[in-house]
Design a protein around this ligand. Structure first.
Ligand code: ARG
Length: 461
């Protein structure tokens, strides 16, 4: 196929080089944004009388026609074209002849591609945000259903202090809330129009960049034409936000995998989100959670890849930057796909409260509360801490737990111990006494649920 730049060249591009150079296989997904951007550009060319009104109108009509035809399947993308920008322009010219050749006045593919990616990401991240919002809602629902489920809280994966399952999963709710904020923040910062920057230096035509920016819903124009066509920081920022989403999903996956094991048995994932083994009939594997954990690697990899692509590029545009699309699209698709499977997986999961409670009973996780009991009766905390440690060691030797050690035994260590100690170290009261803001006590847990529910109910996109 003849290239748009054929005038300058004596030979055709080598077939292998042509395939190597082509990006249409992965940038055709931006056809809508490419066409909408071209419509805005043509409107501006018309308003500024840069091209004749009639030609602009024919261009705009034909562009909408192309959009409809791609949408309906009547027009198939031609993968022989170098990229989606060339494809749309080629079809336009085929359909309306010389008028079509006027569209690219005062524009370059460099500002065009920068525009398309921004528009595409602005559209597509809405889905990511809405999936994250659903996940937060589902976590809140699970928290409400399991507000009374006491489980061990861990540090170093050692049983540490009693918490509720609600409190534990709301921690993830808070993380996903910040993920939403991070994505919105990145999308907000990328919402400046590069269109009209042209190849790198601007143009000799009297264009109106503010007009195209506002008709495409941007907050303004990028103020430096070189910057407008040569940075991909907006992809990197978003990939970094996506990496953080994946890091959070991966940590939760890891816990679900552990909790589903016989060693924990805190939760049971629904049959519809687990798989069996081809050889071991007893197995029920948490494949979805494992895959989410695994796919985190590629999202991190894309971020690192793009940072590396950009680090040595002289200004302005270089073809290296074509690598941005596969990276950002794969990260976007992966995050969305992981969230899509995660939401129903969490929603359908059963929480095995009894098992959580028995694990909580066996780890001396009320030892801090026993030390606090003595401290509140006047013993300095460090001394109380040491004494409690001695009592824990004795319980381990005697294969008992703090709740079951008789009062006489306690009295051997300190006269401060009285009958009320048992109330203080009961698991329920250990949880309820954690009244500090943000703690595991039920008032705080309710406050957290309200906080997150308010966040998800506020429409903000
Ligand atoms: N397909 C190209 C890309 O994705 C479009 C921009 C081409 N610009 C150029 N000067 N060759 O980066």
């Amino acid at each position: 196929m003849e290239k748009l730049w054929a005038g300058r060249f004596k030979k055709e591009l080598d077939k292998t080089a042509n395939d190597f150079n082509s990006s249409i296989a992965f940038d055709s997904r931006m056809y809508r944004q490419d066409i909408i951007g071209s419509v805005a550009h043509a409107e501006m060319l018309k308003a500024k009388r840069i091209i004749p009104e009639k030609s602009a109108e024919r261009i705009i009509d034909a562009l909408y026609g192309i959009l409809d035809d791609i949408d309906s399947g009547a027009l198939k993308i031609d993968f022989e074209c170098e990229d989606i920008h060339m494809f749309v322009e080629k079809v336009l010219t085929e359909r309306i002849g010389d008028d079509g050749k006027m569209l690219h006045t005062a524009r370059s593919r460099n500002d065009q591609v920068a525009l398309d990616i921004r528009l595409y990401l602005r559209d597509m991240t809405k889905k990511t945000v809405s999936l994250l919002m659903s996940l937060i809602d589902i976590l809140c629902k699970k928290a409400m259903e399991n507000a009374d489920a006491v489980m061990p809280g861990y540090t170093h994966l050692q049983r540490a202090q009693p918490i509720t399952f609600a409190h534990h999963i709301l921690a993830y709710g808070m993380m996903f809330r910040r993920d939403v904020l991070r994505i919105r923040d990145a999308v907000g910062r990328m919402n400046e129009s590069p269109l009209g920057a042209c190849a790198l230096a601007g143009t000799t035509y009297d264009t109106d960049r503010d007009m195209t920016a506002s008709s495409l819903g941007f907050d303004g124009v990028m103020m430096n034409s070189i910057d407008a066509v040569s940075d991909r920081d907006y992809c990197i920022e978003l990939m970094s936000a996506f990496s953080t989403v994946m890091m959070h999903l991966s940590r939760l996956s890891e816990e679900l995998i552990l909790w589903s094991s016989w060693e924990f048995k805190f939760v049971e994932l629904d049959d519809s989100f687990t798989t069996g083994s081809s050889i071991m009939p007893q197995k029920k594997n948490s494949d979805m959670a494992e895959l989410v954990r695994g796919k985190t690697g590629r999202v991190y990899g894309n971020l690192m890849g793009m940072l590396t692509v950009m680090k040595g590029l002289p200004l302005a545009y270089n073809k290296d930057m074509q690598e941005d699309k596969e990276a950002i699209f794969e990260s976007l698709d992966t995050v969305n796909m992981c969230l899509e499977v995660f939401c129903p997986m969490i929603e359908t999961m059963s929480v095995l409260k009894e098992n959580m409670l028995s694990a909580a009973k066996n780890g001396f996780i009320n030892a801090t509360d026993l030390a606090d009991y003595l401290t509140k009766k006047g013993m300095p905390f460090r001394a109380a801490y040491k004494l409690t440690g001695t009592i824990v060691a004795r319980c381990i030797d005697e294969r008992t737990v703090l709740e079951e050690l008789p009062l006489e035994a306690y009295k051997e260590y300190s006269e401060l111990f009285e009958e009320d100690l048992y109330g203080e170290i009961s698991l329920k009261s250990c949880v309820e006494k954690r009244i500090s803001k943000g703690g595991t006590g039920s008032a705080s847990v309710n406050e957290q649920i309200e906080f997150l529910k308010k966040f998800t109910s506020e429409k903000n996109d």
